[in-house]
Design a protein around this ligand. Structure first.
Ligand code: GAL
Length: 353
């Protein structure tokens, strides 16, 4: 079932709506036209009690002015581009600098701050088809990029996100979603007890502006080794230069074997108090695991007035490696006319006793 709700008006008077999808189990997912943001995901715990497991805001104003990209779709290029500069076919481009000396998450008005057009397709597995046309030169990126993101709420209590894009000129694209999770409920405190497992054998160390140095470092013997399940908190305070720079986990993890044809299970997170588990399936080659190290802006409290709190939510952003365009040994994020950007990420929810 899909229902449409008025959410708020922008300063210029444009009305913004949200869409609530619900499946037969009572799981709900609410998506906003603004930023295509996931505003709410309600899933049962091991006793069947529903909680909202993603961070979000109560007011449109916070989505417009807040700096955390809560639940939003990210584009054209997720994460940071060093100095906002890159070269494509011998031509230098400058993406908008909005994070120290770097460009972050698509620039000044990235996809997280655009109004998406939403087509609801109701049914047993309700879907929302979001589209956006990003004009040639938008935020310093060449080519008209036509983007479709389909959110589907599956019978199995999964949220599937299918990303598609085409261009009319050679360009670069690296899309993701910036949902912040806490499987105990978004207002249940720090996430250190969550048990995380990731099929990632390498991670990307960064400089102090969080730009990858270019090295793909083996996770062996580091706090970044999540190949066997361990709590997020276990090695959080370990003396480690990479953790220190980022104030926690805020790193790209590269999946063993890289990109796959079909989505495969790559990440599993379990919250022992509620019993909730989330599994991430994707065909993307990497994931940014971010432990909410900037989440402390008192001006933009979360839903219900709950304050932002460091490490009280985490993101698992499937994508290609950050700043790939400036590192020949990283992923290819170039999209050519006639080619289709086509990736799927599935967040599967369940419980474990
Ligand atoms: C993450 C990024 C963080 C931070 C955050 C937004 O994707 O890795 O460094 O910028 O977005 O606050």
């Amino acid at each position: 079932m899909i229902t449409k709700h008025f959410f708020g008006s922008l300063e210029d008077g444009r009305e913004i709506y949200s869409y609530m999808m619900k499946n037969a189990n009572g799981m709900t997912v609410r998506i906003c036209e603004f930023g295509g943001a996931i505003m709410e995901i309600r899933v049962p715990d091991r006793w069947g009690r529903m909680s909202d497991v993603v961070g979000g805001y109560d007011s449109l104003r916070d989505y417009v002015l807040g700096d955390g990209y809560l639940g939003a779709l990210i584009g054209r290029v997720g994460n940071r581009i060093c100095d906002g500069k890159y070269t494509l076919d011998g031509k230098e481009y400058t993406a908008f600098i909005n994070n120290g000396k770097n460009s972050l998450h698509g620039g000044q008005v990235g996809f997280s701050h655009k109004i998406w057009s939403v087509k609801p397709i109701d049914g047993e597995e309700p879907r929302l088809v979001l589209t956006l046309v990003s004009p040639d030169g938008d935020e310093g990126y060449p080519g008209t990029l036509t983007v479709t993101v389909t959110y589907a709420l599956l019978k199995s209590n999964a949220l599937s996100i299918h990303y598609e894009a085409t261009t009319d000129q050679r360009t670069i694209v690296n899309l993701t979603n910036h949902a912040y999770f806490n499987l105990g409920g978004y207002a249940s405190g720090k996430v250190f007890d969550h048990v995380l497992q990731m099929d990632a054998d390498r991670y990307l160390p960064t400089d102090d502006s969080l730009i990858p140095t270019g090295e793909l470092r083996a996770v062996d013997g580091t706090p970044f080794d999540f190949r066997e399940p361990k709590t997020i908190g276990r090695d959080f305070d370990m003396e480690n230069p990479d953790i220190k720079i980022a104030g926690g986990f805020d790193h790209c993890f590269c999946f063993a074997g890289g990109e796959t044809k079909e989505p495969v299970l790559r990440v599993e997170v379990y919250e022992p108090n509620s019993g909730r588990m989330m599994q991430v399936y994707t065909n993307q080659p990497a994931i940014q695991f971010y432990s909410g190290n900037f989440l402390n802006n008192p001006e933009h409290p979360l839903k219900g007035g709950y304050p932002q709190n460091l490490q009280a939510l985490f993101c698992l952003e499937t994508q290609k490696m950050p700043d790939s365009i400036n590192h020949p040994n990283f992923d290819n994020i170039v999209l050519d006319p006639g080619e289709k950007y086509d990736y799927t990420t599935i967040y599967q929810f369940s419980v474990k006793n």
